[in-house]
Design a protein around this ligand. Structure first.
Ligand code: ZN
Length: 289
């Protein structure tokens, strides 16, 4: 499922390649796609508009139109937004086609069929995003934020980090990577984390998301950028889907897969012990590259 780095990559592609284009025609090809308004109204309100900006909020992609409307996409699991040409016209799993000026089109396709869109006015957009936590790569995610927000909670740290009301845009891949870097077991209760662990976790969240963006996202099978290219971050993953491989922390142990809150979770049991490492190891870890 596209998380912050994947949606950010698509947003940057749209800014470079699509902003400034006019939508000459819109076709909805999957009735389940449009959550708001009706499919007919969405088509009517899209046609003849100009795309003036592309933005990201959490895992949502926002395409602003000169009419004042915003097309909000949730690319769930298999959602792809492809620019044709240069991408060859896809024939299957189509959900929405926007015919642009200059003989180009944007194809939204999703083999899993879970992608959803909404067309919202400014007010509706504000309401939709009102409950979301801060963007982890913004100044709002200030030092000490996670400890202040979660330090009193008894729930497991992984589940709390996946809550979009706490922090925006993190999903299963980047949360496991960040918890490994911070040497924190995913089921640790938040109220047992030490000051040093909170500091490491806060930096690890930022560093892993920034690395994901730098590598243009993680592609296991379905994620593509607007030009149909795969991301590269899967080549840099430390624990996520690495079960059985040697721990990259150099402990001599192996990465294991567990279920945490119903989700596949990857960790090194030696580097991320269930009861914590204690404070003395913390300082050494701050020095990792
Ligand atoms: Zn290890």
């Amino acid at each position: 499922m596209p998380e912050l780095p994947e949606v950010e990559t698509i947003k940057e592609d749209l800014r470079e390649l699509v902003v400034g284009s006019k939508v000459e025609e819109a076709q909805v090809l999957a009735s389940a796609l449009v959550e708001q308004p009706s499919a007919e109204e969405l088509v009517r309100r899209l046609q003849g508009t100009e795309i003036i900006e592309a933005r990201r909020r959490a895992k949502h992609l926002v395409i602003d139109l000169d009419s004042g409307d915003a097309l909000v996409l949730q690319l769930k699991i298999g959602g792809q937004l492809l620019l044709v040409p240069p991408v060859e016209e896809p024939a299957t799993a189509l959900m929405l086609v926007l015919r642009l000026d200059g003989d180009r089109s944007l194809f939204l396709r999703d083999e899993t069929g879970f992608t959803r869109v909404r067309l919202l006015e400014a007010e509706g957009l504000e309401e939709r995003f009102a409950g979301l936590g801060p963007e982890p790569l913004s100044d709002e995610f200030r030092s000490g934020y996670l400890r202040q927000k979660l330090g009193g909670r008894r729930a497991g740290i992984k589940g709390l980090l996946l809550d979009q009301k706490v922090v925006s845009g993190i999903g299963n891949i980047y949360v496991d990577e960040a918890l490994f870097d911070a040497r924190i077991h995913p089921t640790r209760k938040a109220n047992t984390l030490t000051e040093g662990e909170w500091t490491r976790l806060q930096s690890a969240v930022k560093e892993n998301l920034a690395a994901g963006i730098e590598h243009r996202g993680t592609t296991f099978s379905l994620y593509r950028d607007v030009l149909g290219r795969r991301g590269h971050h899967q080549e840099h993953l430390k624990v996520f889907v690495q079960a059985g491989k040697p721990c990259p922390g150099g402990c001599g142990g192996k990465v294991v897969r567990k279920k945490v809150g119903g989700r596949a979770t990857f960790l090194c049991p030696a580097c991320q012990p269930e009861n914590g490492l204690g404070e003395e190891v913390g300082l050494e870890l701050e020095l990792r590259p």
